[in-house]
Design a protein around this ligand. Structure first.
Ligand SMILES: Nc1ncnc2c1ncn2[C@@H]1O[C@H](COP(=O)(O)OP(=O)(O)OP(=O)(O)O)[C@@H](O)[C@H]1O
Ligand SMILES: [Mg+2]
Length: 504
């Protein structure tokens, strides 16, 4: 679908200073539709991530220009880019949904990368209708775009594999959701935006030539070691399934450790590179509730916090099924998937040991971690605050007698019994060292719903300072940031009534 550009606008293409190579576009028309974004009236800047700009290698001065604003809103053609919408399918809430595709995210293209900057795909989310928009309007609203922008950069700050966000622009153009809101575009970056759903698409249609082409592209571009796999010397595709299982295990283990609930783990929202993708109804846990459901539309709780590890396996299984025509041996596919089942618990245990500052691995650690989580769950103790305060107690810098941690629990006796057990386990550790490493894995700042809501409320009034402040804190969430204590505090009472649904 070729959009009609504003005839009064300067239609000369914009030079971003980047070199483009657009490999996904070169896969051919079975994979995507070439099209231009649909311009938005009178765009304005909401925020930019200087870190993401530095990663991409785009000039900081140029990012301040009107040309950048127009380019990243999709209002002007970018020289050298080959914009497109890709086709994928997927399972949504456990049910086969058939064809989906980029209904509102338009891939500008892929940079060639140079001088220490990796090649990256640049994608505009909310840039207009595509052949895959179905009933949708191709737009994203300011509210959800701010959440996506901030959470992308927050997750990177937390050390979670994720798509990145370069910038966010807004327009007063109205967008109808439950109420009339305004349009926004988030520019996302990733080495690739290919999802499990891309594979499911071609497999389900028995387009095995395209399936192989896609798998070869992913292997040669991102997993070249799969051609030399020791475990699967005869099948690079089984090796690919294993490699994706590993990356997914790493991603989900880190989610669980930081208390991140994704909310829509459909197979079309699972990255083939193991990146967190699609920040919709996500939530960081406030009080620790293992069964927490963050997506108001998820009535069955399929994507509850403690179900995420199993859902990831279910999704990998779908990917495995879609790769079967290439692997051609069910036992090999199952063996590749088995990697997730063995690796995930190991990685999660490693994360939990780090959170606890344990100096080594012992056989009773699993039971101790379980007891710790039960203690937190029983009192719905604030997840982020507990771990952060624990680190301070271990380091002995603040809170020598653990009062600040104890205060989080109603059942003081249960806490003291736990603390005794913990102290014994910690005894051989260098406390200063342990406390220091705990504060490098247990963040002080996470993007809690109420913090996002407050920044969104201001942004709707054209005050973007709340977004900028959150970005400053969340890009470095382990730092103390003196003066910003309120952003690290307990959620207000109204936070529990925030309802985040799929509407975005
Ligand atoms: N407003 C919209 N207009 C057109 N298509 C949409 C819209 N909202 C969602 N879709 C499409 O519906 C499908 C599922 O949406 P989902 O919420 O998972 O993705 P998304 O948030 O749009 O984007 P992404 O997964 O790229 O972050 C996708 O094909 C998506 O492109
Ligand atoms: Mg999606």
């Amino acid at each position: 679908m070729q959009s009609v550009l504003d005839p009064t606008a300067d239609t000369l293409s914009i030079d971003t200073g980047l070199t483009w190579r657009n490999r996904f576009a070169a896969l051919g028309p079975a994979f995507s539709t070439l099209l231009s974004p649909t311009p938005l009236a009178a765009p304005y800047w909401v925020a930019q991530s200087a870190d993401a700009a530095a990663l991409l290698g785009v000039d900081a001065g140029w990012m301040a220009s009107d040309a950048a604003l127009q380019a990243f809103t999709g209002n002007r053609i970018v020289a050298g880019a080959a914009p497109l919408a890709s086709v994928y399918s997927g399972h949504q809430f456990g049910v086969w949904a058939g064809q989906l595709g980029d209904g509102r995210a338009i891939l500008l293209g892929e940079t060639a990368g140079a001088d220490g900057h990796p090649p990256l795909e640049v994608q505009l989310k909310g840039a207009g209708r595509t052949p895959y928009s179905r009933m949708g309007d191709g737009r994203a609203v300011l509210r959800s775009s701010i959440r996506e922008f901030l959470c992308s950069e927050a997750m990177h700050g937390l050390g979670v594999a994720t798509t990145r966000a370069l910038c966010i622009t807004g327009s007063d153009a109205p967008v109808r959701r439950e109420e009339i809101e305004t349009a926004s575009v988030v520019t996302r970056l990733a080495p690739s935006f290919i999802r499990f759903g891309h594979f499911e698409h071609f497999s389900s249609r028995e387009q095995f030539g395209e399936l192989r082409q896609l798998a070869d592209f992913v292997i040669d571009s991102f997993y070249p070691e799969c051609r030399r796999s020791k475990a699967f010397p005869d099948s690079p595709y089984a090796a690919l399934l294993q490699a994706v299982s590993e990356r997914t295990a790493q991603m989900v283990a880190r989610w669980q450790a930081v208390g991140f609930c994704h909310g829509v783990m459909n197979t079309d929202n699972m990255s083939i590179l193991g990146l967190t993708i699609d920040y919709g109804p996500f939530q960081f846990l406030d009080g620790f509730d293992p069964g927490h459901i963050c997506n108001h539309s998820d009535t069955q709780g399929r994507y509850a916090f403690n179900r995420q590890p199993n859902v990831a396996y279910w999704n990998l299984f779908c990917l495995g099924q879609s790769l079967l025509p290439l692997i051609d041996d069910q036992a090999q596919a199952l063996a590749a998937l088995e990697t997730y089942k063995t690796l995930f618990p190991e990685l999660l245990m490693r994360e939990m040991r780090a959170k606890l500052g344990l100096p080594d691995a012992q056989s009773e650690d699993a039971a101790f971690v379980e007891a710790t989580l039960q203690l937190l769950a029983a009192a719905r103790v604030d997840h982020t605050i507990f771990w952060r305060r624990l680190g301070h107690w271990v380091a002995g810098t603040l809170d020598q007698d653990a009062d600040a941690v104890r205060d989080l629990f109603l059942d003081r006796a249960a806490f003291d019994a736990w603390l005794l057990r913990y102290s014994e386990r910690l005894a051989p550790a260098d406390r200063a060292l342990a406390g220091d490493s705990m504060r490098k894995t247990n963040p002080k700042f996470v993007l809690r719903n109420h913090l996002g809501e407050e920044a969104i409320r201001q942004a709707k009034l054209k005050d973007f300072s709340g977004v900028h402040t959150l970005l400053k804190l969340l890009r470095a969430p382990f730092d103390e940031h003196p003066g910003y204590e309120t952003y690290a505090g307990f959620p207000p009472d109204w936070a529990s009534s925030i309802e985040i649904s799929c509407s975005s």
